[in-house]
Design a binder for this molecule. Structure first.
Ligand SMILES: Nc1ncnc2c1ncn2[C@@H]1O[C@H](COP(=O)(O)OP(=O)(O)OP(=O)(O)O)[C@@H](O)[C@H]1O
Length: 326
């Protein structure tokens, strides 16, 4: 693939706390305008990975590996301009003491040499674009005067205002109810497309991945479990962990199933088992899995880290299925 097809490249990203790695050598590319979803259970390292792209690793974290934007490792100037963040909690992105419109106008002026009046007009237009009703008046209100969904839309307006190349959205809808979630994801998708940005979308929700992502990176215990086009990975997973996540989704059908069907919990960073970190929860695990961690390799149009990807049945749900007596 030509390098111009790659907007952002991440190679062997490792993030450690006190010498214990929570992200253990993750590599992926983000292509211009694509939506790449990062999924996995809590603690997989999704947020750490996403925030490392913005230089926002938590205090005490040691970050190693290579992150390049358009081939350049010098990301300092790009962060906040060419790469922007939509966080889980809009209140963490907005100052409580300034009107929302002022904050958006300040973001405009941090990048463009325009008058205050022009910056303000762009801020109001951006709020209008994300569906804030009566945007000119609302621009004068403070964040606490907005509903949760409106605040999240205002943050999307702020994150796309300066036409970044990449938006990083870290669980952008977790704090919202189901109806608002759909609305906020739609607004995010519209604004991203309008400015021509790529999106790295951190989520727990495979339905969101299916509906919004071109490709998906499934993370487990700080590593890549599976990475490839969404329809390939979710349509016919080759990592038992992906199959387990899919099996845990509520499904329609004649058979009633107990949920969640993926047994156990992921290991904490300092408590990894020997071999494959997923082995203690994996119905396919062998002695080989319990002694040697699998490398990622290419298979059927995706990357997968598993010693036995060929043993996954076509009907992947049966791998973890627990039928209940009717
Ligand atoms: N500030 C921190 N100090 C120490 N360890 C941390 C810190 N932040 C994260 N970790 C460790 O890294 C692991 C991965 O964290 P991360 O926030 O990336 O998980 P995640 O996949 O985004 O989970 P969630 O879906 O719950 O947000 C955590 O389980 C924790 O062990």
């Amino acid at each position: 693939m030509a390098s111009s097809d790659i907007l952002l490249s991440v190679r062997d990203l490792r993030i450690a706390f006190h010498g214990v790695e929570a992200v253990r050598g993750v590599s992926f590319d983000v292509r211009p305008r694509e939506v790449l979803a990062l999924v996995g259970e809590s603690g997989a390292g999704k947020s750490l990975t996403a925030r490392a792209l913005l230089g926002m690793a938590p205090r005490g974290a040691t970050v190693n590996g290579e992150i390049r934007l358009d081939g350049s490792p010098d990301l300092a100037a790009a962060r906040g301009r060419r790469i922007s963040l939509v966080p889980q909690d809009a209140l963490s992105a907005l100052s409580p003491v300034h009107p929302v419109g002022d904050q958006l106008a300040a973001a405009v002026r941090s990048v463009h040499r325009v008058s205050r009046r022009e910056a303000r007009a762009r801020a109001v237009a951006a709020l209008d674009r994300v569906g804030i009703p009566d945007a000119a008046r609302r621009a004068r209100a403070h964040p606490h005067e907005y509903s949760g969904g409106m605040r999240q839309r205002a943050v999307i307006a702020m994150a796309t205002l300066n036409e970044p190349d990449l938006v990083v959205a870290d669980e952008p809808t977790t704090a919202l109810d189901a109806e608002r979630r759909e609305q906020v994801l739609r607004v995010l998708s519209e604004q991203r497309e309008a400015v021509g940005a790529a999106l790295l979308l951190v989520t727990h929700d495979l339905d969101v991945v299916r509906d919004h992502a071109d490709r998906v990176l499934v993370m487990y215990a700080g590593r890549t479990s599976e990475l490839g086009p969404t329809h390939t990975v979710l349509g016919q997973p080759r990592a038992p962990y992906t199959a387990g996540l899919l099996a845990s989704l509520p499904q329609d059908g004649p058979r009633r199933r107990r949920l969640p069907t993926l047994p156990g919990t992921p290991p904490a960073p300092g408590e990894l088992p020997p071999g494959c970190a997923f082995a203690p929860r994996c119905p396919l695990a062998t002695d080989h899995c319990r002694s040697e961690e699998p490398e990622t390799r290419e298979l059927d149009g995706r990357l997968v880290a598993c010693h036995h990807p060929d043993r996954i049945p076509d009907d992947t749900a049966t791998l973890f299925e627990e039928e209940q007596p009717a």
